[in-house]
Design a binder for this molecule. Structure first.
Ligand code: DOR
Length: 440
């Protein structure tokens, strides 16, 4: 292969139909050959992938990059670096920045910051001005920039009539609304899941119904308007069941779950450590089992990190006063692997973390020059943009907060070891991570 600039050797390519032992040759930003054995031309970079899975670069539907406004917690640059180290080649930046991403001006600024980052940065626009829930944001001007997802994440749109109007606009514009499902009246004052642990610890609770009420309401609004809704970070068994039934009915709904809701329960809060405070909160064993079952049976379409950095001076305060949120980008794939790989094949896991999130965010098809992202979600085939995640399932990831790329340290997994490790990440043909080290 005379033209290759990069060859990924010795790995097994994860495709829609399964896993196959193949080398991958890349020239510039495109895949130019897949074959049993490719001799790298002199001068080409060679990535050793023996024993590894070579899958499409991961896509995160739910990343808080904190820029503009909270750069002490994260920047587009540091968040994208964490993403690349986690195997991601694209992230969708949430709009709960300061100012919020509720206008073309702010969206343009964030997209510009993403141009030189280690992962593609797409943005989600706010549904309402300032995410205040009272007036619709200029969704048309944001859509004209290439924005495909809209959400007030961090808060749900409380006013059903306003949400209905937003859905009508979204349908006309061909974009998707993503809902943070939380009824603020029911959740008011809550710091953790309402259940046996909140009673024992004396902390105010957030009932599962606070989430489920809004999931149920929005399913009715999908029925009414015909517009699609994506449900962010589902955390309760009841929510999963509502989405399962809506899908069985043929409604255009999709859903995501976060790694922490696949693994951790409200019992973690026993030591009052604010690192375990997150919204929606960590729930019960039954809820965790329902989320995992939803991922396995296709009710939940995507694993999304809800990477939510908070600077130590904000987070290291009493539990009830701490902001909710935990880091997620550098631990998501090992956690997904550990929790799901007994039940799901590698191609199903890559579907949940790359193909399906890329489809929901509409990042799959062509390279988008306006919004600055390349085609994501695979499949890895000749002619495709070389966005690649090389994962070693025989290795392990030891979580050391001090060594994470994020500007923040709020990982709930400090000291834990997970099966598997991201080895290399290739973004648009550039090896941005080699042997778990960022290259620039
Ligand atoms: O835990 C959370 N943190 N949940 C959210 O919805 C928002 C996020 C944040 O921005 O910190």
């Amino acid at each position: 292969m005379a033209d290759a600039t990069l060859v990924i050797r010795g790995g097994s390519v994860v495709g829609p139909e399964g896993v196959r032992r193949l080398d991958v040759a890349i020239n510039g930003s495109a895949i130019v050959e897949l074959a049993d054995s490719i001799d790298p031309p002199s001068g080409a970079t060679v990535l050793n992938a023996s024993g590894c899975l070579v899958g499409p670069g991961l896509v995160d539907l739910h990343t808080h990059l904190r820029q503009p406004g909270r750069e002490e917690a994260e920047t587009v640059e540091s968040g994208a670096r964490a993403a690349a180290l986690g195997g991601y080649t694209a992230v969708v930046a949430m709009p709960n920045t300061d100012p919020a991403i509720d206008s073309a001006g702010v969206a343009r600024d964030v997209l510009a910051l993403g141009r030189d980052a280690l992962a593609d940065v797409a943005v989600a626009g706010a549904i309402t001005v300032g995410r205040a829930g009272t007036a619709l944001a200029p969704m048309g001007e944001l859509a004209a920039l290439g924005v495909q997802l809209f959400t007030d994440d961090g808060a749900g749109v409380q006013d059903g009539a306003l949400m209905r109007r937003a859905l009508d606009y979204a349908k006309g514009l061909g974009v998707t609304l993503a809902q943070h499902c939380e009824d603020e009246c029911l959740a008011a004052g809550g710091a953790m899941h309402e259940g046996c642990w909140s009673s024992r610890l004396g902390l105010p609770g957030i009932p599962a119904a606070a989430e489920e009420l809004m999931v149920a309401r929005d399913i009715q609004l999908v029925r009414l308007t015909g517009a699609p809704v994506h449900f962010l970070h589902l955390s309760t068994a009841g929510s999963v069941e509502l989405v399962r039934r809506a899908k069985a009915e043929g409604l255009p709904v999709t859903a995501e779950a976060a790694p922490h809701h696949m693994l951790l329960t409200h019992a973690e809060v026993a030591g009052y450590d604010p690192v375990f405070k997150v919204n929606p909160p960590l729930r019960t064993d039954d809820d965790v089992a329902a989320v995992v079952a939803g991922l396995c049976d296709g009710t939940i379409d995507a694993i999304a990190t809800d990477h939510a950095p908070h600077a130590p001076e904000c987070k290291d305060v009493p539990f009830d006063q701490a902001p909710p949120g935990m880091l997620g980008l550098q631990t998501a794939l090992p956690i997904a692997w550990e929790v799901l790989s007994p039940a799901l094949s590698p191609e199903r896991i890559f579907a949940l973390m790359s193909v399906q999130p890329a489809t929901i965010a509409r990042l799959r098809v062509t390279d988008n020059r306006v919004a600055g992202h390349s085609a994501q979600g695979g499949p890895l085939e000749v002619g495709a943009t070389a966005n690649v995640c090389v994962f070693d399932p025989t290795s392990s990831t030891v979580v050391d907060p001090a060594r994470l790329a994020s500007r923040s340290r709020n990982t709930p997994y400090a000291g834990r070891t997970f099966t598997g490790a991201v080895r290399h990440t290739v973004r648009r043909g550039e090896p941005v991570v080699i042997d778990a080290v960022a290259q620039r």
